[in-house]
Design a protein around this ligand. Sequence first.
Ligand code: MLC
Ligand code: AMP
Length: 497
Amino acid sequence: MGNLYLTYREGFPKDLKSPFLENCDGSFVTYGELEEQSSEYANGFYDLGLQPGDRVSVQVDKSPEVIFIYLACLRSNLIFHPLNTAYKEAELSFFLDDAEPSIFICKKEIYNNISSLDLKKTPQNIFTLEFDEDTSIQHIKKKGEHKVMDCSSEHTAALLYSSGTTGKPKGIMLTHGNIGSNAQALKEAWNFTQEDCLLHALPIYHVHGLFVALGCVFLSGSRILWMNAFNVDEVQEAIPKCSVMMGVPTYYTRLLSNPKLNHDTAANMRVFISGSAPLLEDTFNEFHSKTGHYILERYGMTETNIICSNPIEGKRKPSTVGLPLEDQDIRIVDDHLNNLNMNEIGNIQVKGPNVFKGYWNLPQKTKEDLSDDNFFNTGDKGFLDQDGYLTIVGRSKDMIISGGLNVYPKEIESLIDDLEGVGESAVIGVKDDDLGEKVVAIVVRKEKSEASEEELISALKNNIAGFKVPKKIFFVEELPRNAMGKVQKNVLRDNYQ
Ligand code: MLC
Ligand code: AMP
């Protein structure tokens, strides 16, 4: 396996006039157009003088054009760097300073205010994706054949950031081989064929909507029913036209409250797949009684793409994430790396061709997260049962998953602590029927401070992506601490649940 584009290309249907992507208004993109458009962008990148390994950072609304750009990056050996559209200026500045892209494709508002990002080094090429405007990246496209560049499967194809329990976000380098091997394994595990139609309502700046969803489609030559965002009514309308859906648990809890979801409307579906956050057993059972489908839960992370999956054929066990994919080893170890027995809870570690190459510019951090025998420490805790199914019971990393998006309390606490009138704070996740977990802050005001919940929330909204902003703030006189002076988050979680 070399260039991932060629791996994807092998799965395209023989007839390139076959639809790849269908929009809700009936318009569509064929596989032939996918080839043509990605070639044209790749020619444009060449004319701009981009070199293999250069980064292409993208922060724009979901659109098929982004897929063309992703594929053009693969073809040209450039590193695709997608960014959550919710990131605010300060967050964006960090990512751009760290990734140092040669091209930044952004929304018009950012393009017009690029100087306010106060970057150490402004990218040489900045574009928007505004159709028909002078600033649009579309103008770089150049017709003509493009020869896909040869590259090793070890070459970095994408850079995706995830925050950490301490310090700054880390860039995760995923290679052509990482993404390709996982796509192959998933296509097999989930029996994707050309007959499938995938309901795609996920964002495409995370591995779930980008590599997991698109990889299965490319490799099977199937098609996508495309939605720019998750809207429960539109998704419900689309279900009868599709055979596979992928989503985070929130998608399924929202669907359950839709009166049109029933056995008949879900009859054409082959499988509903859930991941990125824990699926509650109640959701699994309720969904089955309403539709006759057992949701297939799988487990993954940005550093590894998908690790485990419940089977297509065979028992799907609720509250488990299923069996390791065929090409991966999973082990459960204690803190001293001793292997634990079946049903014993420990640290989940994984080894396989899917495991990332390393953290961008952070060799020491990469070393810390990989054992000497090359197992990656996921930071998740769990156990394997007698049938080999994995159950995740918690995390050693302090992280909240809200609607499938990760929030690191440390980052939010630092920001809250810097706000006027705040002495200190603790950020926790509490159960939420819609989001799974929601972010809540417990704040100790400074003496005489009258800082209000509204003021703090509005100050945070100016600085960070909305999904990270606490949904609720409680004020207390002091935070509970243990004998070592450490804030007792478990006490807070119990009190504020
Ligand atoms: C949006 N908001 C959220 C939120 N998403 N708040 C908390 N948690 C979230 N996940 C806030 C916005 O800031 C805004 O706040 C308000 O909700 C409305 O915004 P919206 O965009 O209209 O929200 P909505 O459409 O309801 O979005 C919720 C969602 C979306 C669940 C549909 O977040 C989503 O699609 N999540 C999927 C994320 C995903 O793809 N994860 C995969 C990661 S990969 P205000 O205050 O401004 O009104 C990974 C590996 C793996 O984890 O295993 O897959
Ligand atoms: P990310 O950093 O966005 O890639 O998030 C990866 C994390 O999401 C994992 O380390 C898990 O903690 C969590 N996760 C993903 N899928 C599941 C799942 N099915 N059940 C529980 N947690 C999950």
